[in-house]
Design a protein around this ligand. Structure first.
Ligand code: DLL
Length: 430
């Protein structure tokens, strides 16, 4: 079912008209109400009236995470606190987080955007959806909750952690939809299989972090469900920027809310959006905190072809990684997702691994800790060695890097039950 055909099935021309009108509105409000943007515009002699076409957006400077952080907590707000009904904050690992405020209208748009992406995944009001994202300042829990409730779905706001209770609800409540990070759902899937738990879950809505096709196959195998993915970030709303339909060919962007560009992260030049590059987003409806040309660091590309599902909204490709997650090991650019794809396609390998990068003298060293799928091989030293060599060879021939491979016993590597997985440990600067 298409939640809002009037907004999800427009022609390119109609999308461009809406986008231009809303861009002008956003730029004017940002200039008039937010000192940060006014200063930036004034510095280069730019006025809101100079934005007359969609291409004119290129006159506006990019906004970075640091820009947002420097305006902590409320300096980017375009509305007085009396109009703000909710605050969320990005998960800052160092220093202050970035805080975002939502007006009542922002909440309505957010709800609508989530309802659209959930409908894309085949969710209806007949479903019972358990949300295993954390509820709190992270946008995942509340974001999905309000959009699903808006559709009439029965929501089980279980939040993250406490896996035994999660399984109890899934079984006893007849949960049909699972909503969470793929890494946590994968962990729950292992428990489901271990306990031979009978469940009715048929579809998963995953986001907050990426997962490779191989990881998806593992989740589908463990759960016997159909997986879909959605994308978003706190800086422009939270979840609901885009979502995957059951054609599984990219994530439909809510184009009437977000203007996308693809840029070259090094030269900062705007690219043809169909080419791979860094996604830059501008909010088109946000009242609380409008954001102009935010550099997401996420690497993707845009597909404008109408989808078989009937929607015409542009689709973004699966995020390949973040430009700041890209590891440069011995001069070779490596995305963690490439390593995941290599490992998870191999027999005897479970879906858990760690990437550890260290330095020996001036030389980078890559170690992959890889968990065995089951204990069958544990006593067979010859086979363990053969497997280790096979992985090393696969990494060498695909990534041109010599890696140390350490096989770990089943269930010995960390599981991520309270948030996003952290599989990369780059210890080179320590
Ligand atoms: O993760 C919002 C969200 C919650 C999206 C739940 C979907 C579902 P942040 O914590 O601000 O917000 O993190 C945003 O997470 O820039 C990406 O790097 C990454 N990310 C989110 N969704 C995906 C995805 C939420 N489907 C950052 N694939 C983004 C890959 C994703 N990366």
């Amino acid at each position: 079912m298409i939640w809002n055909p009037g907004k999800e099935c427009l022609s390119r021309k109609e999308y461009d008209e809406i986008k231009l009108e809303r861009l002008k509105w956003t730029v004017k409000r940002a200039y008039e109400n937010v000192q940060f943007y006014r200063d930036r515009f004034d510095k280069i002699g730019l006025k809101p009236e100079h934005i007359q076409t969609l291409k004119d957006i290129e006159k506006i400077p990019y906004t970075s995470k640091l820009d947002l952080r420097e305006n902590y907590p409320f300096k980017l707000f375009a509305e007085p606190m009396s109009k703000i009904v909710r605050l969320h904050a990005s998960s800052g690992t160092t220093g202050k987080p970035v805080v975002f405020g939502y007006t009542k209208n922002d909440m309505d748009v957010w709800k609508e955007n989530i309802s659209r992406i959930a409908a894309m995944a085949g969710v209806t009001h007949e479903d019972i959806a358990q949300i295993v994202f954390g509820f709190g300042m992270f946008t995942g829990g509340f974001g999905l909750y309000q959009g699903l409730e808006n559709m009439g779905v029965t929501v089980v706001p279980a939040s993250s952690g406490n896996s035994e209770r999660q399984l109890m609800f899934i079984e006893d409540f007849g949960v049909t939809v699972l909503v969470g990070t793929p890494s946590y759902v994968l962990h729950l899937g292992e428990l489901v299989q271990e306990r031979n738990l009978q469940h009715k879950v048929r579809v998963g809505l995953f986001g907050g972090e990426g997962h490779t096709a191989e990881m998806r196959r593992q989740i589908e195998k463990l759960w016997g469900i159909e997986c879909t993915e959605n994308y978003g970030l706190t800086e422009v709303q939270g979840p609901g920027v885009s979502g995957e339909c059951l054609e599984h060919d990219g994530m439909h962007i809510n184009e009437d809310s977000f203007l996308y560009e693809i840029i070259d992260s090094d030269t900062l030049e705007v690219k043809n959006p169909e080419e791979e590059g860094e996604l830059v987003l501008t909010t088109l409806t946000k009242e609380g905190v409008p954001v102009l040309r935010y550099r997401t660091k996420d690497i993707t590309s845009i597909n404008f072809a109408p989808c078989k599902c009937g929607r015409t909204s542009a689709r973004m490709a699966k995020v390949k990684g973040r430009s700041d997650d890209m590891l440069i090991i011995k001069g070779v650019n490596v995305f963690p997702s490439q390593i995941e794809s290599l490992l998870l396609g191999m027999p005897h390998i479970g879906p858990h691994y760690e990437i550890i990068v260290t330095k020996k003298g001036y030389m980078d060293q890559l170690e992959l800790k890889v968990e065995l799928a089951d204990s069958a091989l544990l006593e067979k030293y010859g086979e363990l060695e053969a497997l280790t060599n096979k992985i090393r060879e696969k990494v060498r021939s695909n990534l041109l890097i010599d890696a140390k491979i350490t096989l770990a016993e089943p269930k010995s590597l960390e599981r991520y039950i309270n948030g996003k997985a952290k599989r990369v440990h780059d210890l080179r600067n320590q």
